[in-house]
Design a protein around this ligand. Structure first.
Ligand SMILES: [Zn+2]
Length: 324
């Protein structure tokens, strides 16, 4: 393993391209990073940014087997085409072909959550687990699936979009156009929305959060709620507990469909740790189909944080390049 070739991982976010040279143990040896102009940016601009980050990393002279790219959005099962990226202006963008013309190294494109679940499977909270489902709680919900040691991408590359499973018929409207989507109840946005609505209603229970933002509900963020909960604010704990309960309910549905041994919870909200995961486990046990007559999956926090996408994209690319 020590002599296994290195790979470059690239994580494309809404506002930045982060890259790293990753070894066979998941360690990031070098890093590079560029900002990208936000939204409605031409595909060419983002492409140029990726090339510039990869060229900087290649410039260090390492022996690089492949470049793996993790992008937020729908990536076709051919791992070459970004079908739709909500934060970029990519629609059926042939990213691998475009980059292949400019970079002389094998390139693989993946959805960022697929990359993240692979990283947790290989090097993080899912080590030693063959069947793993990752649920990322950020502004929405992202998901990734590893079953029997393989990333499950689906026939069209779009598996793992758990955030838009309907958990409440006729529930809260979602930006996808439907109602009652899971991410409207279990995400950073849901946490902030609930806290703000109590603030706007002038509820007396919200005084701690109110003080933390100097009376400006619009300044409230998920991390501030988590901080208040850690400091013991009962309301912030209750709000996180509610997110946790919705998390557990959706996870029970995923267990019914996929039966993994471990659920890894990542994303910003997972920083709340047991304040989130405790209520999630309780709700999961209450809701699980066949409860009492089947083994229960573990529900644990992700270990690799923000670098999971980059590390996983690199490792998936290396695995595929060596296997090809
Ligand atoms: Zn939705």
């Amino acid at each position: 393993m020590a002599d296994a070739p290195l790979a470059i991982g690239i994580d494309i976010g809404g506002t930045k391209v982060a890259g790293g040279v990753v070894d066979a143990h998941g360690a990031v040896l070098r890093r590079a990073r560029r900002d990208t102009p936000h939204r409605s940016t031409s595909p060419r601009v983002v492409e140029n940014t990726i090339v510039s980050v990869v060229e900087e990393l290649l410039g260090a002279g390492d022996d690089i087997a492949a470049v793996g790219i993790g992008a937020a959005g729908f990536v076709a099962a051919d791992r070459a085409t970004v079908v739709f990226a909500p934060h970029l202006s990519w629609r059926n963008e042939p990213l691998r072909a475009a980059l292949g013309e400019r970079l002389d190294v094998p390139i693989f494109v993946d959805n960022d959550a697929n990359a993240a679940v692979w990283a947790e499977y290989r090097f993080g909270a899912g080590r030693g687990e063959s069947h793993l489902v990752m649920v990322n709680l950020g502004t929405g919900i992202g998901g990734g699936i590893v079953l029997d040691g393989h990333v499950i991408r689906g026939r069209f590359g779009i598996a793992g979009e758990f955030g838009h499973m309907q958990v409440v018929p006729d529930g809260i409207r979602c930006e996808c156009g439907n109602r009652g989507c899971w991410e409207q109840y279990a995400s950073g946005n849901a946490l902030v929305r609930e806290a703000r609505s109590l603030m706007s209603a002038g509820s007396p229970v919200v005084s701690d959060l109110f003080d933390r933002v100097g009376g400006h509900p619009e300044d409230l963020t998920g991390p501030l709620v988590t901080e208040a909960a850690r400091d013991g604010d009962p309301l912030a704990r209750e709000l996180l507990g509610e997110i946790g309960r919705w998390l557990g309910i959706g996870i029970a549905d995923l267990a019914a469909a996929l039966d993994p041994g471990t659920f890894v919870i990542g994303g910003g909200v997972s920083a709340a740790g047991e304040l989130l995961l405790g209520p999630a486990r309780e709700a999961f046990r209450r809701q699980l189909t066949g409860r009492g007559y089947r083994p229960e999956a573990r529900i644990v926090a992700a270990e690799l944080g923000n670098e999971a996408g980059l590390v996983g994209a690199a490792d998936l690319a290396r695995t595929d390049a060596l296997g090809a």
